[in-house]
Design a protein around this ligand. Sequence first.
Ligand code: MN
Ligand code: MN
Length: 297
Amino acid sequence: MEKEVLKKYIEAGKIAKSVLDYAEKLVLKEKCLSVLELAEKIEAKIFELGAEPAFPVNISINEIAAHFTPELHDKELVIKETDYVKIDVGVHIQGYIADTARTIRIAGEDELIICAREMLEEALKIARPGVEVSEIGKAISEVAESYGLKPIRNLTGHGLERYKLHTGISIPNVPFGKGVLEEDKAYAIEPFCTNGYGAIKDSDRATIFMVLEDRPLRNPAARKVLDLTRKYNGLPFAKRWLQKQIPQTTLELALKQLVEAKVIHAFYILKEVAHGNVAQFEHTVVFDGDKAIITTR
Ligand code: MN
Ligand code: MN
C-alpha cells in the first residue's frame, strides 16, 4: 500500500478510536443521556480532532441493529441504564475511512455484549489476505453458538475504498459467502449478535441517506438537497445535518422525491425481526502487503 495512503488510514483509525473512547465515557458517566446531544458531541469531536465524519454517527439501541442517527426533533430520546447502546463511528481523512463500533451498557456488560466482542476478536485473529470470507463467518458464528446466541445473518462487514463505505466483498457473520480478503486493501469487520431470531429487516423510517447519482433536477428543493450534500462525495449524510438548513416539510418532500427517483439512497433503520436485543463490535483492518493493521484498535 502507498505510504501516504496507509498514513491517512492509520490517522483516521486513531481519531475514530479516540472519538469512540470519548463517546463511551459520556455514556457511562451518564452525563450525556440524550441521544441527540450525544450524537452532536461525537460528530463535533471528529472535526475537533481534524477529521470528518465518514457517515453520521449511528446510535442504535436494543432491537435496532443499525442505521439510526437522531433527527433534530428527537429531543426526548434518552439512554436508559439497561439499554444496549451501539455507537458506530465513521471517520475519514481525505476519503480514507475508519469504521468502528462498540456496544455500551450503563448497567454493565452481559453475555450478549461479551459474546459480540469475542466474535470480533476471533474474526480478527484469522483475518489475513487469502482467507475465505466464509471462514471468518464460520469463526464468528461458532462463538455465537457457544453462548447460545445468534449471529445476524443478513448484516455483514465490508470492503472500504477511498470515499466508498461499502464496496467489494461482504464479510458475513455466518459460514457462507464467496470471496477472499486481499493484500493492500481495507476492510471493516463487524459481527452482530442477538438473543432474538438472528436477522434484521428494514423499518419504514430513514434518518441517514446517501447520494447515488448526481444529475440535473427540476425541483428546486431537491436541487438544494443535492447541492448541500455534494461535499460528502458520495458518503452518507444525516437528515439532521440538513434540518439545520432547510425547512422540515420542504426537506421531507425533497428527500422523498430523491429516493423515489433513485438519486439518493435511504438507509432504513434496521430492526431485529424478533425484537431481540442486538450487540455489535467493529474494527477496521488495513493490509499493508499481507501485514494486518487494525487501525481502530
Ligand atoms: Mn460501522
Ligand atoms: Mn461498517
